[in-house]
Write a protein that binds this ligand. Structure first.
Ligand code: UD2
Length: 382
């Protein structure tokens, strides 16, 4: 070759330097140094082979290598503005102690009569599909605090005793739970002895003349309370109707980021014949042909931040409807259904978790964990 080695070596060295600096700035892999070096070598070499060497043959590979080294391979490099992820590698992993339980087999599903997983892979909780001991062993180590928001306004104070008495026994038994009871009659709350890990907080609230407003305003009150208090007090939060009683354990299988309960009235209905709000004028409207499950507003929850987003968005819908002179068919439940359609829950509770007393119980409902209390609607809402 009629060329000095320096014409190959210089671009390689410079490309290496530029490529290396590129990795310093952008946190890219070593391959981004090697590629420009090799390319610079090839270009430098062929440049001298094919053509009379001019400065351009050194310059082009240097510049190209520098650019490639700096930018990295476009589809795997990150824009420099994105913060670097910090993962705590020293975090201790959770170890559960040795336990004895029946072995799971992939060819023996726990149940074949019900849907166990939504199309977006959220598990659906059914009796017989999970082992509560394993769940408890995992959960205990995390030391979570769960909040329950419930309202007893006007005549609904009569349901407090049944709700709290049964929840004390069956709701997250053995785990820390804060019950937040909103009422316009704090003096009527019966004094009850709760388990040591459970606490009751009574929060005065105003009443509204229309029962629908009491029900809908729950979303606003919950959203505000999360921002001012619960954000610092609990990890997970569930909203529950007060006119219910629990008959079987409701445990840590309900804990997840965003959790909805499938309504016992509508779990077999086709989407176009269930109770979604379909009038396009309402903010709760779900267009026909859309819808997953019909969710009951009596029991939903999740992480505090997700419940904050949910309640804030639903109440915004309620407020906009009010301004437009429309009220959704099933009040905040309609807004909840719209929200959960477009923000898929990460876990679903089967109708076992809210079984309406008025319904005959089909075979697939093996346990009735929580049921509504029969009530004379007209009388109790008057
Ligand atoms: C459904 C929903 C409920 C709510 C309501 C709105 C189910 C099982 N329940 O129940 O969550 O969306 O429809 O239409 O899907 N309340 C009072 N005082 C009152 C009235 C209501 O405290 O005077 C509170 C109380 O906590 C009660 C809740 O609001 O549990 C919902 O009212 P509801 O149980 O009368 O509503 P319901 O049975 O139609």
């Amino acid at each position: 070759m009629d060329i000095k080695k320096v014409h190959i070596v210089i671009p390689i060295v410079m490309a290496g330097i530029i490529g290396y600096l590129g990795t310093k700035i952008m946190d890219i892999k070593k391959v981004h140094i090697v590629i420009p070096i090799v390319m610079a070598g090839i270009i430098g070499y062929f440049g001298t082979e094919i053509m009379d060497i001019k400065k351009v043959h050194i310059l082009i590979p240097i510049v190209m290598a520098g650019i490639i080294g700096y930018l990295g391979i476009p589809h795997i490099s990150r824009p420099s503005s994105q913060p670097v992820r910090q993962v705590d590698l020293d975090e201790t992993s959770l170890v559960i102690s040795r336990m004895s339980y029946p072995q799971p087999f992939v060819d023996k599903p726990q149940r074949t009569d019900v849907l166990l997983m939504s199309p977006w892979l959220a598990p659906i909780m059914w009796e017989g599909t999970f082992n509560r001991d394993i769940l408890n062993a995992q959960y205990r180590q995390k030391k979570f605090v769960v909040g329950v928001a419930t309202f007893a306004v006007k005549k609904y104070v009569r349901f407090i005793e049944g709700f709290l008495g049964s929840a004390n026994k069956f709701f997250l038994s053995g785990h820390r739970v804060n019950f937040y009871l909103f009422t316009d009659h704090p003096e009527k709350v019966p004094s009850m002895k709760l388990a040591p890990e459970k606490s009751l907080f009574i929060i005065p609230v105003q009443n509204y003349s229309r029962w629908q407003d009491i029900s809908m305003n729950r979303m606003d009150i919950i959203s505000n309370r999360i921002r001012t208090h619960w954000h610092y007090e609990v990890d997970y939060l569930y909203s529950m109707d007060i006119d219910v009683q629990m008959f079987e354990h409701i445990g840590v299988e309900i804990i997840d980021t965003l959790v909805g309960t499938i309504s016992s009235w509508q779990y077999t209905k086709p989407r176009d014949s269930n109770s979604y709000e379909r009038r396009p004028e309402s903010r709760a409207a779900i267009p026909s042909g859309e819808g997953d499950f019909y969710y009951a507003a009596s029991f939903y929850g999740g992480s505090v931040s997700e419940v904050y987003k949910l309640t804030t968005a639903c109440f915004k819908g309620v407020t906009e409807d009010r301004a437009n002179g429309i009220e959704a068919k099933w009040h905040e439940e309609s807004h909840l259904n719209k929200y959960l359609l477009y923000h898929k829950p990460t876990r679903l509770l089967s109708p076992e978790y809210y079984w309406d007393e008025e319904l005959p119980r089909p075979q697939i409902i093996r346990v009735k964990r929580l049921s509504s209390v029969r009530k004379d609607l007209e009388e109790v809402r008057s």
